[in-house]
Write a protein that binds this ligand. Structure first.
Ligand code: 6PG
Length: 263
């Protein structure tokens, strides 16, 4: 199954939506997206920088990548992997986005360990960790107009419309002068580390993975409703010079007026 055989909905600067039958279909498309972005960047500039999202949706993509022969083994040696957001916990904590990805696939593909860049550092606090991560990204990822430009950033969307750790009505939504920041999330009573909208919108390609009918109403609001970025932070993602795609399943697409997916 490839992109071409699936329904697509064009929402202009809010992105292009591809609708797969189910979550497995979304995971397969995500593997194709990852592999194509890595191979293209490696071919064009000899390196690639990809940021993964957290949450449960990308897990299946990781499991498939662990057993996929595309990207080719040689390509894995040329990609730097980062996380678009992270909980401030050690890798062995079940909450750790990096810890999950390492277990799911990064220890099963031929990527050099030094090219895997978890956020968490034992002896730092969130603010120090965010500053260090920002400095690492600025060193590794080539900039366009002063902003490190990832070849690909994967994002998820929460059922409240958050993305990365940019939650509704949080201070992190307003940060423009930094690329990575700590963001206190009152409803979770925790401080997360997150890419800012400035860094997200500097990417060559941003791809949301959204599945499940539980997110259908929010996705309809984000894509078709009025701009309310403080309530719907996913609407803040509009790459300045890159492309924006949504890989969704029919459940998540079921309230979109643009296609015959209404349940
Ligand atoms: C995180 C994520 C977060 C996630 C959404 C969707 O660290 O939790 O980065 O932004 O992508 O909450 O999560 P699910 O894929 O589990 O629905």
């Amino acid at each position: 199954m490839s992109y071409d055989d699936l329904p697509m909905l064009d929402y202009g600067d809010r992105g292009v939506v591809t609708v797969a039958a189910n979550a497995e279909g979304v995971a397969n498309l995500a593997v194709q997206t990852f592999a194509t972005a890595l191979t293209t960047a490696w071919t064009n500039r000899g390196a690639a920088a990809i940021a993964l999202s957290g949450g449960s949706t990308p897990k299946r993509m990781g499991e498939l990548l662990a057993h996929s022969d595309f990207p080719v083994p040689e390509a894995w040696k040329h990609v730097d992997i980062f996380w678009g957001d992270e909980r401030w916990v050690p890798l062995d904590n079940p909450e750790s986005n990096a810890g999950i990805a390492l277990k799911t696939f990064l220890t099963k593909v031929p990527i050099p360990i030094e090219k895997i860049h978890p956020v968490y550092e034992d002896d730092l606090d969130e603010a120090q960790g965010a500053a260090l991560y920002q400095a690492l990204i600025e060193e590794v990822v080539p900039a366009v107009d002063g902003v490190p430009s990832f070849d690909l950033i994967f994002l998820g969307m929460g059922d409240d419309g958050h993305t990365a750790s940019l939650f509704p009505h949080t201070k992190g939504l307003e940060i423009r002068d930094r690329h990575v920041a700590p963001n206190y999330v009152e409803k979770l009573d925790t401080t997360r580390i997150t890419f800012t909208t400035t860094l997200l919108n500097g990417a060559r390609q941003v791809v949301f993975l959204v599945t499940g009918s539980g997110k259908a109403h929010r996705l309809q609001e984000v894509l078709e409703g009025p701009l309310e970025t403080n309530r719907l932070p996913s609407q803040l993602v509009r790459p300045a010079h890159g492309s924006l795609y949504w890989l969704v399943d029919q459940g998540a697409a079921s309230e979109l007026s643009g296609g015959p997916f209404r349940e």
